[in-house]
Design a protein. Structure first.
Length: 366
C-alpha cells in the first residue's frame, strides 16, 4: 500500500455526527413527531445512517489495524469501545421500562445485554430494552470475523479491489431477493437486522480502506460530488420497493462517501468536518446514538398524544438538546473511563507500523 500523508481521518469523525442526526430525525418521525411533508423528505431515509456506520466501521478497522497485532488485543479494544456505553444505556433503558410498568422478560434482558438480539427473529427481542442496540449486535459479529476478513482482503491484488468491491456491494442488492425464502413476517428482520445480511456493508468498508490507503481513489470523486449523490439517492430510493429501499437503494453512494471523505483527508483537502466542533460532535455520536431514542420516547410520553405541530417541534428540539447533553456526559463519564480501564496497553509501533493504513489510529470507528 502507498503510505498516506495523515494518520487520523478526522473528517470521518465529523461525518459520524451528521449520520447520527439523520438517524435522530428518522426516529423523531417514527415516534410521531413533526410528521410533515418537509420532514418526511428530509428524514424518511435517515435510517441509512446505520448503513453508513457499518461501512465506516469496516473502513476504520482496516485503516487502524496494526501489523502483527494479536487478535485478542483487537477484540479487547473493540470490547473497551463498545461495551461501557452499551451497558450504561441498557441499564437506563431497562430502568425506564420498569418504572413505566413495561414487562421485560429475563431472556430478552440477557440477550440484549449480551448483544445477541439481532439473531433472534422476534421484534420484541431484537428491538428489546434499548431498540437501537440491535446494530451493535451486528457490529459484534463483524468484529468476530474481522481478523479473518482482513487477512483475506490484504491478500487481494490491487487490480482485484474494484471488481471485488463491486461484487460485495451487489450482494446488498441480492439480499432482498434471498429474503423471499423466508416467511413474509420475517423479511424485514432478514434484510434490515440479521447480521449476515448486513455483513457486505462492513466488508465493503474494508475494501474501501485498501483502495484509499493504496492511493487508488480518483481525485475527481471528491466528497462534495459524492455527498450530492448521497442526497439524490436518499430522495430517489423512496420509490423503490420496500425490500430494496431499506438498504440497497443508498448503500453504493454511502460507500463512496466514506472513501471520498477519507481520501480528502489523505490528500490534504480542506474540510469543515475536521473543525473542532465537528470532531467533538463525532466523538459524542456513539453515545448520542445509544441515548437519543430513549430521550425521544420519554418526552413523547410526557407531552401525550394530542399535540399541536409547534409543540411537537419544541419537543424535537428539546430532545435533541437533552440527547446531546447526555451523550457528552456519557462520553466523559462512561466511554473514556471505560476505554482507559478495559483497553490493552499500547505497544510502541516500529518504523513500518507508523507509515501505512494498517497502523493508523482510526478515530472514526464505532
Amino acid at each position: 500500500m502507498t503510505a498516506p500523508t495523515v494518520t487520523r481521518l478526522e473528517s470521518l469523525t465529523g461525518l459520524r455526527a451528521i449520520a447520527a442526526v439523520a438517524v435522530f430525525g428518522f426516529h423523531a418521525l417514527a415516534v410521531g413527531l413533526v410528521d410533515t411533508p418537509v420532514t418526511q423528505w428530509l428524514f424518511r431515509q435517515g435510517a441509512a445512517g446505520v448503513s453508513f456506520f457499518f461501512l465506516l466501521s469496516g473502513f476504520v478497522l482496516a485503516w487502524s489495524t496494526r501489523p502483527g497485532d494479536p487478535v485478542r488485543r483487537f477484540w479487547r479494544r473493540r470490547l473497551a469501545k463498545v461495551w461501557p456505553n452499551h451497558a450504561a444505556a441498557w441499564a437506563v433503558a431497562l430502568a425506564a421500562l420498569v418504572v413505566t410498568g413495561t414487562t421485560v422478560g429475563l431472556g430478552t434482558a440477557l440477550v440484549t445485554l449480551l448483544l445477541l438480539q439481532a439473531w433472534v427473529p422476534n421484534e420484541g427481542v431484537y428491538f428489546g430494552v434499548n431498540p437501537v442496540a440491535w446494530s451493535l449486535s451486528c457490529e459484534v459479529f463483524f468484529y468476530a470475523l474481522f481478523p479473518a476478513l482482513w487477512a483475506l482482503a490484504r491478500r487481494l491484488p490491487e487490480r482485484a479491489l474494484w471488481p471485488t468491491l463491486a461484487g460485495v456491494l451487489a450482494l446488498v442488492w441480492v439480499v432482498p431477493v434471498a429474503a423471499l425464502a423466508v416467511p413474509d413476517d420475517l423479511r424485514y428482520w432478514a434484510i434490515w437486522v440479521l447480521p449476515v445480511a448486513r455483513l457486505p456493508e462492513f466488508v465493503a468498508g474494508i475494501l474501501l480502506a485498501r483502495l484509499v490507503g493504496g492511493g487508488r481513489w480518483p481525485r475527481w470523486a471528491g466528497a462534495g460530488r459524492i455527498a450530492a449523490l448521497v442526497v439524490a439517492a436518499c430522495l430517489a430510493s423512496w420509490w423503490l420497493p420496500e425490500r430494496w429501499r431499506l438498504v440497497a437503494g443508498t448503500v453504493v453512494p454511502l460507500a463512496l462517501l466514506v472513501a471520498a471523505v477519507a481520501a480528502g483527508d489523505v490528500q490534504g483537502r480542506r474540510s469543515w468536518l475536521r473543525s473542532r466542533s465537528a470532531v467533538v460532535a463525532g466523538e459524542w455520536s456513539y453515545a448520542f446514538y445509544l441515548l437519543h431514542l430513549l430521550v425521544l420516547g420519554v418526552l413523547v410520553k410526557t407531552v401525550g398524544d394530542s399535540r399541536p405541530l409547534l409543540v411537537e417541534l419544541v419537543v424535537v428540539l428539546v430532545a435533541l438538546a437533552v440527547a446531546v447533553a447526555a451523550s457528552a456526559a456519557m462520553y466523559r463519564l462512561v466511554e473514556m473511563p471505560g476505554l482507559r480501564l478495559l483497553r490493552p496497553r499500547r505497544i510502541a509501533p516500529g518504523p513500518e507500523a507508523t507509515c501505512r493504513p494498517g497502523a493508523l489510529s482510526g478515530r472514526g470507528g464505532v
